[in-house]
Write a protein that binds this ligand. Structure first.
Ligand code: AMP
Length: 383
């Protein structure tokens, strides 16, 4: 194998094995980050309000406190050599305040941009990247004007705080306006023109402080009720489009001066153009396949990036299908463990299984994606 030439610009901030990573948030993303970090020889501290949280079970220390508890965050920061987060709704002021106590390689600018749909789309467009057309909507007049300009169908979303299709409303005809207006009470909104797409995709991209970039293959994402159901990798699109999608993700990473991992959610338009839907400044559900299917997982790359370790070139070792396990699937999936010795069953060890709550996922390496999709269907667990 030919060794790649590496130009070492600045490794002064490289954080060595045996040091401590502090993670704000103890959900499944924090758990998988922690597991990967432990494997690499790091200590891990977690901050989460739930004493039974997923990540707390695999970490060295769990600080039980609210995400915006400044005192607790300061304790976490002081105990950690590097601080990161597993979700984007971190309190920005609190994070800024504790940045003085430790190394925060992701900074706060990335969060500021990705927390707000208007800031995010404006940033992307400013950097020549395509998004759905949009208008800021703060009142009924803005909504009427926005709909005149963008037409139907359009989607009204809150600028901040929505996920998995929550806090958004599809407007198909003028009769939908009345109901959509209720969303305006939740705060500033964005009206997005509907992108006619043939597929929803995402690309995970990592970058370290030295500017090295690691791009993952393109994941084709199938949603049910706005929640990710299956990811298929490689996405069933042309190699030209795959390359284009990876380039888009790399461009976003460079434009953002990214340090860490970022999920770039995209629409493959019916016009064959790529539109960015959303950015997730953290590991992403659609990147879980990388644990088994790639030479390095999204979690390993995030840790390496924030520790300022050199980044690897990502290789897909096998085509793969990832299926999410929500609360309503847990019992059925338990039965499958006996029947499917080749499947990888992940369980986040959450204390309570609720409908639509992400409880785990299943990863299936395959030589025949269509056959695997049919096999998943045959189980009837996800009907
Ligand atoms: P989001 O919370 O923004 O990721 O939206 C949830 C889902 O709604 C997406 O996965 C799409 O299926 C759909 N969606 C959101 N925005 C648009 C848009 N501008 N055009 C078409 N579909 C959209």
């Amino acid at each position: 194998m030919i060794k790649r030439k590496r130009v070492v610009i600045n490794l002064s901030k490289m954080i060595e094995q045996g040091k401590t990573i502090g993670i704000i948030g103890g959900g499944q993303l924090g758990q998988m980050l922690a597991l990967s970090a432990k494997q690499a020889g790091m200590y891990v501290n977690i901050l989460d309000p739930n004493p039974h949280c997923s990540a707390g079970q695999v970490a060295d220390e769990l600080i039980v406190a609210a995400y915006d508890d400044q005192q607790a965050l300061a304790v976490l920061a002081k105990k950690s050599d590097v601080l990161t987060y597993e979700f984007e709704n971190v309190d920005l002021d609190a994070l800024e305040a504790v940045a003085q106590f430790t190394y925060l390689p992701q900074g706060t600018e990335l969060l500021k941009i990705t927390k707000d749909r208007i800031l995010e789309k404006s940033f992307l467009q400013k950097h020549g990247l395509k998004t759905a057309p949009f208008r800021a909507v703060n009142n009924s007049d803005d909504l009427t004007k926005g709909l005149e300009e963008l037409g139907y169908p359009s989607i009204l979303k809150t600028c901040q705080g929505g996920y998995d299709g929550k806090a958004q409303y599809s407007l198909k005809t003028v009769t939908d306006i009345k109901e959509a207006k209720a969303l305006l009470e939740a705060g500033p909104c964005i009206l997005e023109g509907f992108v006619a797409f043939s597929m929803e995709c995402s690309v995970m991209v990592g970058r370290n402080a030295d500017g090295e970039v690691a791009v993952f293959p393109v994941s084709e994402n199938i949603h049910r009720n706005h929640i990710l159901h299956e990811s298929i990798v490689p996405a069933r699109i042309s190699s030209t489009l795959q390359k284009k999608a990876q380039e888009v993700a790399e461009n976003v990473a460079r434009a953002l001066n990214l340090c860490g991992i970022l999920g770039v959610e995209m629409f493959i338009g019916k016009d064959q153009e790529i539109y960015i839907n959303e950015l997730a400044p953290r590991p992403h559900n659609s990147g879980h396949y990388s644990i088994e299917a790639c030479n390095f997982s999204q979690f390993a790359v995030h840790n390496r990036a924030i520790l300022n370790w050199p980044l690897p070139q990502i290789e897909l070792l096998s085509p793969v299908v990832m299926v999410n396990v929500l609360g309503q699937h847990v019992d059925g999936v338990k039965q499958l463990i006996k029947q499917k010795p080749q499947w990888h069953f992940h369980d986040y060890c959450k204390d309570l299984a609720k409908v639509d709550r992400k409880m785990g996922h299943v990863t299936i390496l395959t030589r025949d994606v269509e056959k695997t999709l049919a096999e998943i269907k045959t189980t009837k667990v996800w009907d």
